[in-house]
Design a protein around this ligand. Structure first.
Ligand code: SNW
Length: 286
């Protein structure tokens, strides 16, 4: 194998070029980092780089050709467009690293049915909420697990860093938790019997139930942690623009249309519907 040798002088030149590229001050290229050109403080002006998940259908997932789609993806693109940004680039991450990647500036936003909690607010800011629902335990038809009590002494999968993990640690104290990086590996473990059940978001659970002939054993309400878009702290203009876009998407029925498309048959949290449609059921305070 040929060894690559770097001469110190070459490294200095390369580093200087990289720095110029980063600061946008290279020769004739106009500086793009001014507030006027980049009001939202985006990593790359005109583009929103989103940290997401490839296997949380129907919230966020990569289709057969690798394109990101799903409820959260389509809603976010719609909201970004309202904020004046058409170019949105999604990248799949492990859930456990997602908020840190947004906080340290690798991504502009995190979009992955991320529940808003005080704990997470220590790391990132959030848009207003756009989704509220249940967390679900799924298992095989013959596991014998019929409800949350049935998890006692069993092996339960959770994706690291999720609210499911936190809930299980607190409430399923006689269950053996097995942590996975993502839903796909956890579901594979359910199917090959190395865990007895997996604990994930309600709608993603539905998809896996259909796909693998699994059954749902318990639904846990998670309405106190509605999902929001995660944004690095201090990006107040970006947060304001996303909140404004979200409110518009709810008021003109876009949110409802996307909800019906991706979650057909699921009851709709009334607080995200156009105001005129909220009269029947009073909106919950959160
Ligand atoms: O708290 C819920 C919320 O009510 C809605 O149902 C969407 O999902 C949640 O935000 C919970 N989601 C998990 C979490 O935030 C897992 C996210 C994921 O697997 N993509 O940890």
């Amino acid at each position: 194998m040929k060894r690559l040798k770097f001469r110190p002088g070459v490294i200095v030149v390369a580093a200087a070029a990289a720095l110029l590229a980063l600061t946008g001050c290279g020769g004739s290229t106009p500086a793009a980092s001014s507030t006027a050109d980049n009001p939202y403080g985006l990593i790359q002006p005109g583009t929103i780089r989103v940290a997401s998940l490839g296997d949380s259908k129907p919230y966020t997932f990569a289709d057969a050709s690798g394109n990101f789609t799903g409820f959260d993806v389509e809603l976010f693109k719609d909201v970004a467009k309202r904020a004046g940004v058409d170019n949105v680039v999604f990248t799949g991450q492990d859930f456990s690293g997602l908020l840190a990647a947004v906080a340290n500036g690798q991504f502009d936003v995190g979009v992955a049915a991320i529940g808003i909690t005080d704990k997470r607010k220590e790391t990132v800011d959030f848009s207003n909420g756009y989704l509220a629902g249940y967390l679900t335990v799924i298992t095989t038809k013959d596991s014998g697990i019929k409800d949350a009590n049935g998890l006692s002494g069993k092996r339960l999968g959770v994706v690291q860093g999720t609210l499911q993990e936190a809930y299980a640690v607190k409430n399923f104290t006689s269950t053996n938790l097995v942590r996975f990086p993502d839903n796909n590996t956890a579901i594979a473990a359910v199917n090959n019997g190395s865990v007895d059940a997996h604990f994930l978001d309600y709608e993603a659970a539905k998809s896996y139930v259909q796909q693998h002939g699994l059954v749902s054993a318990a639904d846990i309400p998670s309405f106190d942690a509605p999902a929001g878009f995660a944004i690095a702290k201090g990006k107040t203009a970006l947060k304001a623009a996303l909140d404004k876009g979200l409110a518009e998407a709810m008021e003109d029925g876009t949110w409802k249309k996307l909800y019906q498309k991706w979650f057909p048959g699921s009851p709709m949290p009334a607080q995200y519907l156009p105001k005129a449609e909220q009269t029947a059921t009073p909106a919950p305070s959160k």
